[in-house]
Each structure stands twice: as structure tokens, then as C-alpha cells.
Design a binder for this molecule. Structure first.
Ligand code: G1P
Length: 288
């Protein structure tokens, strides 16, 4: 029997070292793609999948995320008084789009540890995890909704995947999978393997749904790759105990937590923008 899946964790405590100096004083989750911060794209994707109980696991220097989803009474009053209705609607919608809780990860002990910080908040329910620096644009169902469909079919844990070039496998958790009917069942996964050790070219791309058993396995996890408590190690154990499925996500993915992926994402969404798209196309053509 599938539980109602509403809770989702956004780990947002990472230091953003791939994007320094931009992320020295600004959370990487607040970097903007056209006119919205990355984290808002992730939250909107989660809401579209019916996951409207959100917890952000934050760290020092991340207060801007809380402010972004908070009501700014002064700003709203000023925009309203100035008759800037469209902006007023935009700002007020962001503050009311979701019920967001915040938990501090006191030390940067790894993604697995960050997720574990939210265990008490989640309780004994299935839950999602979304890494907001992976921006995934889909024409139809968003990435979390694609995972949710398989979770509703199976009641099991489900992980979003994408095929990556061979020379990039060392940046991701890479899975070993086999076909089970229409589904991909995951047998094992390894965090950031060397090219020769990678079990496939299928990478986990920061979208997950788990049964609460994951938390028990995270509690037992020891530091591994990079001296951190890795989510991947706990998933690997989970896959030995119960079914864990993979979904090759349909959509266009941008690793916007590094400058190149961020630039591409801005170009892509900028070109699609109803106000700036045409002008940007002309300007880019004249630049190249
Ligand atoms: C994390 C995970 C990794 C996953 C990646 C997706 O790595 O540990 O398994 O493939 O996110 O972006 P990070 O990018 O935080 O080093």
C-alpha cells in the first residue's frame, strides 16, 4: 500500500566550492537562472509532484534561502502601494507557495549526514530528496513526478538517473542496474568511481524517493569517499535489502552548481523567455 508522499528534503548546506568566489557570501542555491533562484525551480518541481511539505537542511551562511521563502511584509506593502501588481503577485506567491521548515546541519559531514539531520522531521514515511543544483527542465511531467509515478506503481524507493559521458562518471554516484519488466532495478551503486571502476554510465542526478528504512542505514554509515557520510553507501545497502528502482529522467539536465552548467541553463531559459528571448538570440548571434 503506497503511503501519501508529501515530504521532501532539500539538502542546502553544501559550501558551493565549485562556484567560488560567487558562493563565498551567497548560497549556491540562490544563484539565479534568468530571474529565479535555483532553489525555487527545485521547490516548484516538488510542488508539481504533490510534495508540499518541505524541509531544507541548511548551514551557516544560508539565511538568504529562508528569507526568499518568507513573507517580506515591507516589500509587499511597497509594491502594492506603488501599483506594481505583477511584481507584488510574484513576490507574494513565492512566500506562500510552500510550507518550508529549516534544520541546521552543524558540520559539513556529507550528503548522507545532511539527509539524516531531517530524519525526525520525516518520521516513518516515504519521502523525497532533491538536490537543487541539478536543474531539470521537462516538457511534461517534472523529474520528481516521473519518480513518483514509479513509486506509486511499486511502493519502493526510486532514483532519478541520466546517462553521462564516460569521462564524467567520477563526478557522480554511478549505478549497476538490470531490467525487471519495464523497470530498472538497481543492484548497487558507487560514489564517484574512477572511469575503469564504473559499473555503467548511468548517474544518479539528485532526485530520489526513499522508504524510511534509508534512515536506519544512514545511522550505521561510516565516512567513506572524501571522508564524508555518503548517501550512496546507504542506498547501496538499501538495494540489497529491498527493491530500489531507477528511472532515466526525461528532460534536459543542467549541473547548475558549476559555472559552465549555470551559463548553459541561463542561455537555455533566457532564449525561451517571452520578454528577453528574441533580443538575447540576436545579441548572442552577434557575439559568436
Ligand atoms: C551528489 C551525490 C552523487 C550524485 C550527485 C548529483 O554529489 O553524492 O551521488 O550523483 O550529487 O549531482 P555532489 O555533487 O554533491 O558531490
Amino acid at each position: 500500500m503506497t503511503q501519501l508522499l508529501r515530504k521532501i528534503i532539500f539538502p542546502t548546506a553544501g559550501m558551493g566550492t565549485r562556484f567560488l568566489p560567487a558562493t563565498k557570501a551567497t548560497p549556491k542555491e540562490m544563484l539565479t537562472i534568468v530571474d529565479k533562484p535555483l532553489i525555487q525551480y527545485g521547490v516548484e518541481e516538488a510542488l508539481d509532484a504533490g510534495m508540499d511539505e518541505i524541509v531544507m537542511v541548511t548551514g551557516r551562511g544560508k539565511r538568504a534561502i529562508e528569507d526568499h521563502f518568507d513573507i517580506s511584509a515591507e516589500l509587499e506593502a511597497n509594491l502594492h502601494a506603488a501599483g506594481k501588481d505583477e511584481l507584488y503577485q510574484t513576490v507574494s506567491r513565492v512566500a506562500r507557495m510552500a510550507d518550508v521548515a529549516y534544520i541546521r546541519q552543524k558540520q559539513p559531514l556529507g550528503l548522507g549526514h545532511a539527509v539524516l539531520c531531517a530524519a525526525a522531521w520525516v518520521g516513518d514515511e516515504c519521502f523525497g530528496i532533491s538536490l537543487a543544483d541539478e536543474l531539470i527542465l521537462s516538457n511534461d511531467d517534472g523529474a520528481m513526478q516521473q519518480l513518483r509515478a514509479v513509486h506509486e506503481q511499486t511502493g519502493a524507493s526510486v532514483i532519478g538517473l541520466a546517462c553521462v559521458p564516460k569521462d564524467e562518471v567520477n563526478r557522480y554516484g554511478i549505478v549497476k542496474a538490470s531490467h525487471e519488466g519495464d523497470l530498472l532495478r538497481l543492484q548497487a551503486m558507487v560514489e564517484k568511481p574512477a572511469v575503469d571502476d564504473a559499473p555503467s554510465d548511468m548517474a544518479m542526478i539528485g532526485r530520489y524517493i526513499f522508504t524510511p528504512r534509508l534512515f536506519d542505514l544512514l545511522r550505521e554509515a561510516k565516512p567513506s569517499v572524501g571522508g564524508e557520510i555518503q548517501l550512496t553507501d546507504a542506498i547501496c545497502k538499501l538495494a540489497q535489502e529491498e527493491p530500489v528502482y531507477g528511472v532515466l529522467i526525461e528532460g534536459e539536465r543542467f549541473d547548475a552548481g558549476n559555472p559552465y552548467g549555470f551559463l548553459l541553463a541561463n542561455a537555455k531559459l533566457g532564449l525561451q523567455h517571452p520578454d528577453y528571448g528574441d533580443a538575447l538570440r540576436t545579441a548572442l548571434k552577434s557575439l559568436v
